[in-house]
Design a protein around this ligand. Structure first.
Ligand SMILES: NC(=O)c1ccc[n+]([C@@H]2O[C@H](COP(=O)([O-])OP(=O)(O)OC[C@H]3O[C@@H](n4cnc5c(N)ncnc54)[C@H](OP(=O)(O)O)[C@@H]3O)[C@@H](O)[C@H]2O)c1
Length: 259
């Protein structure tokens, strides 16, 4: 068998994916766990039977992407799974958040994800699986989370198009679109560990989101949505005019942000 590559493996969703891959696919040769915090990546080995290779990279840097590319080129590994979870959000008005943070966020959520995917594609096996962390924020624009939601719409669109492009190679590409999850995400997004406002009632466990995403990928789905509330949100975003929904979204998301 070949390897799995998981970005954003040092916490949250990526951390869960690594452990579930190790449990469900014990014949994987290695899991390359990518993130910046080395000590966290090293701790993964205690929880996994498959060999974990910590790959300590800041994916917003071009040199890091080139490093990943040369690792694959040098070692000629076959890639069975690519799971892109590295990402972050920043809540607040687009005029209030530093442009540098918003640009860095777009670089990680869209550019780095695209680059890592394209770097891995030549090494993907037939019937390989790619899972891209998008979000339920991709379904509708989000005032108070504008650049983040736009970056996740990019991921959703990119993944679905790539899913079609990959049909001849029987590679599935699944956009994972969770609602709020209990991870370190909101600490980085807002500086607060606990969510206030309506979103806190819809918090999901990252382990459940990861398990459903792996099931959906093995069924060949191009999108994975966890939980009835997020499924309803997606249905509403397709059925109702966005001009009607956006003022509601503004009320819900704006209450969490500094104006
Ligand atoms: N939590 C939610 O409510 C939620 C909802 C929908 C979608 N998502 C998406 O799900 C994905 C995973 O988020 P999460 O909830 O698991 O958040 P998290 O716990 O904060 O994990 C984010 C991961 O990204 C890595 N990362 C951040 N900046 C990086 C960089 N410059 N280079 C390399 N790695 C970097 C972090 O590792 P290091 O800090 O060690 O580098 C960490 O492993 C993200 O794409 C997020 O947008 C999250």
């Amino acid at each position: 068998m070949g390897i799995a590559i998981v970005t954003g493996a040092s916490s949250g969703l990526g951390w869960e994916f690594v452990q579930q891959l190790s449990r469900n696919y014990p014949h994987l040769e290695e899991i390359w766990a990518v993130a910046r915090r080395k000590e966290r990546l090293e701790r993964l080995q205690e929880k996994c039977n498959v060999k974990i290779r910590p790959v300590c990279l800041d994916l917003t840097e071009e040199a890091a992407l080139k490093e990943l590319e040369s690792m694959l080129c040098r070692e000629r590994k076959k890639v069975c799974f690519l799971i892109n979870c590295a990402g972050f959000g920043k809540t607040g008005g687009a005029g209030q958040i530093k442009w540098q943070s918003q640009a860095e966020m777009c670089r990680l959520n869209t550019e780095a994800l695209t680059a890592v995917t394209c770097i891995a594609l030549p090494y993907m096996v037939q019937r390989g699986r790619i899972l891209e962390a998008s979000s339920s924020a991709a379904f509708l624009p989000q005032p108070g989370f504008a650049a983040y939601a736009a970056s996740k719409s990019y991921v959703l669109s990119f993944s679905r198009a790539l899913h079609q492009e990959m049909k001849p190679r029987r590679i599935t590409v699944t956009a994972v679109c969770p609602g709020p999850m209990r991870t370190e995400f909101f600490l980085r997004a807002s500086g607060k560990a606990e969510l206030s406002g309506i979103k806190r009632y819809f918090m999901a466990k990252p382990g459940k989101v990861a398990a459903k995403a792996l099931r959906d990928a093995s069924r060949g789905k191009d999108i994975s949505v966890y939980g009835i509330s997020m499924k309803l949100l997606r249905a509403a975003s397709k059925a109702l005019p966005h001009a009607l929904l956006l003022p509601l979204v503004r009320l819900v998301s704006w209450e969490n942000t500094e104006k």
